[in-house]
Design a protein around this ligand. Structure first.
Ligand SMILES: C[S@@+](CC[C@H](N)C(=O)[O-])C[C@H]1O[C@@H](n2cnc3c(N)ncnc32)[C@H](O)[C@@H]1O
Length: 215
């Protein structure tokens, strides 16, 4: 399966994500994120956007449940692995996922297009115009769902040695503030993780924001 590329050619961030993926044969478990499974089971399938799809487990899980998925990542290596995993699976599934390479902080997804926008552990840095965040929210179609899941960063302190500062990233409450009138927040909470974090990470809790856009 081919991947396509849209928007500006990703720069240094793409290289660092590619390097991260190349550092191991497989970074993630291959299983879909449990929060996605818990929150999306029961939603009627439609068009889904998987934001920062990584090695593709969430996108493939959605496709198996009848969703038509646009799975976007900045990393060519991750997308190659995702497409290879899809090719290994039953025929018919492959056509339900479009893998696309893009920097979603520079190239917003199409507006009003997706019944589900799933953002799972996507490193969305706060920036003054909030363009990338607004672009992701605008991608949700009328009547659609935003599922914004992240590591709970509360209580973490900056690590200047590796350039990490929790204040650089949007938290769920801040994301919720950008929802226009007519959206309803269905869930905004912090939960213990039910599965261990990926190797090298130490997060014990997730933040889960689920909101629905009015029709
Ligand atoms: C922590 S991983 C999460 C992967 C997947 N969502 C999951 O939960 O297994 C973050 C992913 O976002 C991708 N990513 C980071 N910055 C990006 C950007 N600006 N545009 C698109 N993808 C990006 C990375 O390549 C990586 O695959």
């Amino acid at each position: 399966m081919m991947t396509r590329q849209y928007g500006p050619v990703p720069g240094p961030s793409a290289q660092s994500w590619d390097a991260m993926y190349r550092s191991r044969d497989q970074v993630f478990s291959g299983a879909p994120n449990p929060v996605l499974v818990g929150e999306v089971t029961g939603l009627p399938p439609g068009q889904a956007l998987d934001v920062g799809c990584g090695e593709g487990a969430d996108a493939l899980w959605l496709a198996r449940r009848g969703w038509q998925v646009t799975a976007v990542d900045i990393s060519r290596v991750a997308l190659q692995r995702a497409a290879a995993a899809a090719a290994d699976l039953a025929t018919g599934l492959a056509g339900r996922v479009a893998w696309a390479r893009a920097d979603l902080t520079a190239a917003p997804p199409p507006a009003d297009a997706f019944d589900l926008v799933s953002v799972q552990y996507f490193p969305l840095r706060r920036e003054p115009g909030h363009t990338a965040l607004r672009g992701l929210l605008k991608a949700v179609a009328p009547g659609g769902t935003l599922l914004f899941v992240g590591h709970d960063l509360s209580g973490l302190t900056p690590r200047p040695e590796d350039g990490f500062d929790p204040a650089d990233y949007y938290g769920p409450d801040e994301v919720a503030q950008f929802l226009a009138p007519g959206w309803s927040v269905q869930c905004n909470e912090t939960r213990p993780r039910t599965t261990p974090p990926p190797a090298g990470a130490h997060h014990t809790h997730d933040t889960v924001l689920r909101a629905r856009r009015a029709r």
